[in-house]
Design a protein. Structure first.
Length: 440
């Protein structure tokens, strides 16, 4: 049976001529025109990044290697006796575009167990940090501290062919993925659970072991598998994916690159959104006296929120123009495992009422919920009530996508990213509104 690395190498060899031909024979073909609004507005919608790992369609949602979220969950080998698949098998699929067999999946399971030992100095570093340090700071610091372990940095220093850059990058990314659950769970336990870290259990798969080290019983292991797969990738343009790609484009290794992506994920406009949604939802329920409101009461409350100049957190998306399929997947989990939980009942009712209110309000481009509208509720139900830690969970999942992407970036020899800037004067001149300087 071919190993993951051998399968990936074959895929790389098949793909390289496609990229080379596009640049040599069709490099002048235009795929996008940039407007002034895009130049000033964060390059939104500008088609200038390439990834085959995932694609976000405005009306269909995310596809991982061409598969929708339901198709992904259905196709991948599942952990025996559990509802959700091995994350290790998902890693295989992200890298190769192929659904692995059970044997291939178990190969990655065992490989990650071998790679999972976290250097002791990482724990020493985390212990020197003040306990009120944000967990994302601790997570990023732990990742970049392991840069000394980088195989890519070592091989590059020794000298190697550009065609082989992907190989040590693959090794670094695999080593990182194997270690991240232990680091994340360690941060959680020392920061929030009285400094009581739980040792890994090598008999468990990656998702199951994470739940074990968090101190969580079943079915939280399935929550972890679902959550990490859903949050893994979202094209290349979001901040965490783009930051990881950008830093890696300078031939920085995976440790530098992922740390940069994690730092971007920590922003309130990116990964922190899920905790803000949960806080808003809980405050909303408190205002209702702790009870689930009627739909009429909820509708009035939502109008009051919008009329006061506030937004409904968790609704709207930069690209999507439908209900986020990641929201739907988590909603289905809640309907199966916590249907009577008051906070879920409120979230579910908001889903029924808010789109109509937002459509009548008329200012939202997308009146449908995104992934953040649901994810915090599940974590809270299972006892993960520390808001600040939610983005670390997001980061562990996001690493799957961004590390798969930078492995392929190196395999295809993508150049250092260096867009060109213009001045405001240039924009005004292009728009025909530049005023000539008064003559002296």
């Amino acid at each position: 049976m071919a190993t993951l690395k051998e399968t990936l190498y074959k895929k790389i060899q098949e793909h390289r001529p496609r990229t080379t031909r596009l640049v040599k024979e069709h490099g002048d073909v235009k795929i996008s025109d940039v407007t002034i609004a895009q130049a000033i507005g964060g390059a939104r919608g500008v088609k200038c990044l390439v990834t085959d790992i995932s694609y976000l369609d405005p009306f269909e949602g995310i596809r991982f290697r061409g598969k929708t979220i339901p198709e992904t969950f259905e196709a991948l080998p599942k952990v025996p006796g559990r509802e959700y698949p091995f994350v290790e098998g998902f890693w295989w699929m992200l890298l190769t575009g192929e659904v692995p067999t059970e044997e291939q999946t178990m190969e990655v399971v065992e490989d990650w167990k071998i790679r999972s030992q976290v250097p002791e100095y990482v724990f020493d570093l985390l212990r020197t940090m003040p306990r009120d340090t944000h967990p994302m700071t601790m997570f990023s610091a732990a990742i970049v501290s392991m840069q000394r372990e980088s195989i890519f940095a070592q091989k590059y220093e020794e000298g190697m062919s550009k065609m082989d850059y992907w190989d040590p990058m693959y090794e670094d990314c695999s080593n990182l993925m194997a270690k991240l659950p232990t680091i994340a769970a360690y941060i959680y336990r020392i920061k929030y659970k009285g400094d009581t870290p739980i040792a890994p259990n090598k008999d468990l798969d990656w998702g199951g072991n994470f739940a074990h080290m968090m101190g969580q019983d079943k079915p939280y292991d399935d929550v972890a598998r679902m959550y990490f797969i859903l949050h893994s990738d979202h094209e290349s343009g979001n901040v965490s994916a783009h930051a990881t790609h950008l830093v890696a484009s300078a031939l920085s290794d995976a440790y530098y690159s992922l740390s940069a992506g994690i730092n971007g994920l920590a922003g309130p406009l990116h990964g922190l959104a899920n905790q803000e949604v949960l806080r808003w939802t809980q405050d909303f329920m408190d205002k209702m006296g702790g009870k689930v409101p009627t739909e009429k009461e909820l509708e009035q409350a939502l109008w009051d929120t919008l009329n006061s100049g506030q937004v409904i957190p968790g609704y709207g998306h930069a690209v999507l123009r439908k209900t986020d399929p990641r929201y739907t997947s988590q909603m289905e989990f809640c309907q199966s495992h916590l249907p009577d939980y008051p906070l879920f009942k409120l979230v579910n009712m908001i889903y029924k009422v808010a789109p109509k209110v937002l459509q009548e309000h008329g200012k939202a481009k997308n009146p449908w919920p995104n992934v953040d509208a649901q994810s915090g509720v599940i974590q809270w139900y299972y006892g993960i009530t520390e808001y600040d830690f939610y983005t670390v969970l997001f980061g562990v999942g996001r690493a799957l996508g961004v590390l798969a992407n930078i492995t392929w970036d190196r395999a295809l020899g993508y150049a250092i990213e260096r867009p060109k800037s213009v001045t405001t004067d240039m924009l005004e001149e292009a728009a025909g509104v530049k005023q000539k300087a008064a003559s002296s």
